[in-house]
Design a binder for this molecule. Structure first.
Ligand code: PCA
Length: 217
């Protein structure tokens, strides 16, 4: 297998007082597996504005992937969120794991205002739903470390037309949601299988489907 048949899959360390991050729990279960002839390589990224992108860039150099999907926790969301857009701004509601709290700082000076995901997010949404996984297209990945990594990923891939990349947010794991009565959750096993399918769809769908998945607000 050449390196072009590698899928780079990342999750995050715990943050915000949590002891687990469901993104990493789900991603770690896929390390080394094969999907449609591609080998999945996983990395855990730190929840820090500076180091997260350095770790991602090192992983890109080391693995030369043909597909990159970064996964993060979005506590309070009820479905897997296929992120459409990354914006060039850091605006942290809470400090990161290194105590840094940037406010209204560009991620890349003079970079474009935004990048779109290059994943077939509509086809992924439809495929996940058909297989019984709750999934939506999301119009914002927020302004914290996940959006930071998503923007940095798309900036790194901007001249690599043959490398697709994007971001998926995942709800709390059940044990986390137990601390916030009423909050939605998905089990690690469900999220792992949903990501496995999302990767397969991304590897086998050249052109995205034209399906409505917008929002009024
Ligand atoms: N979620 C945070 C950062 C790390 C994570 O898993 C976010 O949505 O920005």
């Amino acid at each position: 297998m050449t390196s072009s048949s590698t899928v780079l899959l990342t999750g995050f360390a715990p943050f915000g007082g949590e002891t687990i991050n469901p993104s990493w729990e789900a991603v770690a279960a896929l390390d080394g597996c094969r999907i449609h002839g591609h080998r999945v390589v996983t990395r855990q990224l730190p929840v820090t504005f500076g180091e997260s992108l350095k770790a991602l860039q090192a992983a890109l150099r080391e693995t030369s992937p043909s597909l990159v999907i970064c996964i993060g926790q979005a506590g309070g969301r009820a479905q897997l969120s296929l992120e459409r857009i990354a914006i060039n701004i850091d605006d942290a509601r809470i400090p990161d794991n290194a105590g840094k709290q940037p406010i209204d700082a560009p991620i890349v000076e003079d970079g474009p205002a935004a990048y779109f995901s290059t994943l077939p997010i509509k086809a992924m949404m439809a495929g996940l739903r058909n297989a019984g996984f709750p999934a939506e297209v999301s119009q914002t990945a927020g302004t914290y470390v996940c959006n930071h990594v998503f923007y940095g990923l798309m900036h790194a891939l901007r001249n690599k037309r043959n490398v697709r990349g994007g971001f998926i947010h995942t709800p709390y794991a059940p044990a986390q949601a137990a601390a916030y009565p009423g909050a939605a959750s998905l089990s690690t096993e469900v999220v792992t299988e949903a990501i496995r399918l999302a990767i397969r769809i991304a590897l086998t769908t050249a052109a995205d489907s034209k399906l409505a998945a917008g929002a009024e607000h």
